[in-house]
Design a protein. Structure first.
Length: 230
């Protein structure tokens, strides 16, 4: 499981970011004081990403970034209420990899985190769209469009990730355990029934006859298989 250090002094925002990152399967450790973050700068190498607020009490995020860069090349994403070009340049010059001004869209934050952790090439290599019957899934916008009616249906990040996994394993049986490990990780404890509920929702959305599925098949005692006529 990928590890993220979130350094943010605003408790409500920190809690919100942490919760959504954990939903996406990341392990998140939070720090609220600039002094603590500065003293632990040498430990940041153990993380896959540092999300760092610029305006922290006691020690600024800029100073912390500079200290981290003395010993680590861990990706750093700055968050700041100061979003001018000069502020962004200052942060990037100190070694930050990205800079997101507040207020920001949560979905944009999650996508930037994904890019910084997984790498641009890996994300770009993944299919952008998937067509199932008359429905087209856009993995970039988290939307499903009906090509006949132009109706749009929004999907959650978890639903998109599950569809990506099924597409990667197309024609193969995917166990519930594999799905749980890939999408939730070992630090979260959903049940196999959680997966069943997602499949039921997919059948209602994608299947013309949910009781006799064409795409999302149950494999008794194991899991599911996604098939698609090319």
């Amino acid at each position: 499981m990928k590890k993220i250090c979130l350094i943010e002094d605003e408790a409500s925002l920190s809690d919100l970011i942490k919760m959504n990152l954990e939903i996406d399967g990341y392990h998140v450790e939070t720090i609220i004081h600039g002094t603590e973050a500065f003293l632990r700068a040498g430990e940041m190498e153990s993380f896959d990403l540092v999300i760092l607020d610029v305006m922290l009490p006691e020690v600024s995020g800029l100073t912390i970034c500079k200290e981290i860069r003395k010993s680590s090349k861990v990706p750093i994403l700055f968050l700041s209420a100061k979003g001018t070009t000069q502020d962004r340049i200052a942060g990037l010059k100190l070694g930050a990899n990205d800079y997101l001004p507040k207020p920001f869209d949560l979905e944009e934050l999650l996508l930037r985190v994904q890019v910084l952790i997984e790498g641009v090439e890996d994300i770009q290599a993944a299919p952008v769209k998937l067509t199932i019957g008359k429905l087209v899934i856009d993995f970039a916008t988290f939307q499903v469009k009906n090509t006949e009616t132009n109706e749009i249906h929004d999907l959650s990040k978890r639903e998109i990730d599950l569809l990506k996994l099924f597409n990667e394993k197309r024609g193969l049986v995917v166990s519930r355990e594999e799905i749980l490990d890939n999408l939730w990780g070992s630090d979260q404890f959903p049940t196999a029934r959680t997966i069943d509920n997602y499949i039921l929702a997919f059948r209602k959305l994608f299947e013309s006859d949910p009781k006799n599925p064409q795409y999302f098949h149950s494999i008794r005692g194991v899991g599911y298989k996604f098939t698609l006529d090319d």
